[in-house]
Design a protein around this ligand. Structure first.
Ligand SMILES: CSC[C@H]1O[C@H](OP(=O)(O)O)[C@H](O)[C@@H]1O
Length: 345
């Protein structure tokens, strides 16, 4: 099913008895939809990043849990094992565990004969709530942006969420309000979420986007053109430290050095108040081959090895604002985290 240039991108669609998933590994060159009918297939899609993005993998896992409920046919042990497999698919984004915890709570409260319908309804609710949250985040975060250029990192749009996006939702909102003069996007090695996915989304929206390699970000922020760096998150600790795509921490240091404001946009499902500080956040390290090559073709010299952490942690002290659907937490020290985030969904 191809999409016209102005369709709202929906990377995930429940199709009656299976999950249709846009395979993000092939974008922008090919729009291929996977049809996932087993929970293990959903876990594999998350592991292999056919679907990626903190909120998106939480939503996908929720639909995977609904498929697992059908597979389990009333056997609690089998269902819980399938949820454990989904939860182990990727370690950093707390949205995955958050969604599965909602499913586990529902399982305890529901008769086994109703599991399949109840978990599907919950997955659809999580999906709808995420889209609504993103529009609210877009409004709140967009209003912070004075007229100027912005720089974003990785992909935080409809492909990374249930729809509309977090940081990209802020950019969409601010752009439509005429607050942004230019959007810059890091290509975001090694998986190229910026040049492959963010650029694909923004071009479809008729929002001009200028790509840069991460190494050029320092010169761009030194130029004075950029007023905000706007990024997403995979897990926000109780003290405001933020785990996000590798390279985010470096951008935050550069932004502070050059007097550029730094915004993190994320739904409450990304906040982990059980984790006191960013040092405790598990940072995923993926296969060396993902960094040694590009597009499946090795580019590094034979014999070279690679270190491939795909997230880093930005201390709260470098963040000017964390924007969620519940409101904004700003410096100093992101006071108010507990009041605001203690009510996480
Ligand atoms: C809407 S936040 C998405 C978040 O997830 C990305 O990581 P990945 O592509 O590896 O799943 C990146 O950290 C984004 O900021």
């Amino acid at each position: 099913m191809s999409m016209s240039s102005h369709d709202q991108v929906r990377p995930m669609i429940w199709a009656g008895d299976h999950l249709r998933l846009l395979d993000q590994r092939l974008l922008p060159g090919e729009e291929l939809w996977l049809e996932l009918r087993e929970s293990e297939a959903v876990a594999q899609a998350i592991r292999e990043m056919a679907v990626r993005g903190a909120p998106a993998i939480g939503i996908a896992a929720a639909f995977g849990a609904a498929l697992a409920a059908r597979e389990a046919d009333g056997e609690r042990t089998k269902l819980m094992a399938a949820l454990a497999t989904l939860g182990a698919a990727r370690p950093t984004a707390v949205n995955l565990e958050w969604a599965l915890q909602r499913m586990r709570g529902l399982i305890e409260q529901t008769d086994a004969r109703a599991w399949a319908d109840a978990l599907l309804a919950e997955a659809q609710a999580i999906h709808a709530q995420d889209i609504a949250a993103n529009h609210r985040i877009g409004e709140l975060g967009g209003a912070l942006i004075e007229r100027g250029a912005v720089l974003t990192h990785c992909n935080t749009g409809s492909l990374a969420t249930g729809g509309f996006g977090t940081a990209l939702g802020v950019i969409r909102s601010a752009w439509s309000d005429g607050r942004i003069t230019r959007v810059y996007a890091d290509e975001t090695r090694p998986w190229l979420q910026g040049s492959r996915l963010t650029a694909w989304e923004l071009v479809r929206d008729d929002i001009p986007v200028t790509l840069l390699c991460e190494g050029a970000a320092a010169s761009l922020l030194a130029s004075g053109e950029v007023s905000w760096v706007v990024v997403g998150a995979d897990r926000i600790a109780a003290n405001g430290d933020v785990a996000n795509k590798i390279g985010t921490y470096g951008l935050a240091v550069l932004a502070r050095h050059h007097g550029v404001k730094f915004m993190v946009a994320a739904p409450l499902s990304t906040v982990d108040m059980s984790m006191s500080a960013g040092a405790d956040i598990p940072v995923e390290v993926r296969a060396e081959e993902e960094l040694l090559g590009c597009g499946g073709v090795r580019v590094a010299a034979p014999g070279a090895r690679a270190w491939n952490p795909v997230f880093d942690v930005t201390p709260a002290s470098l963040i000017d604002a964390i924007v969620t659907e519940a409101g904004i937490v700003e410096q100093p020290g992101l006071a108010g985290m507990h009041e605001l985030f203690g009510q996480r969904a």
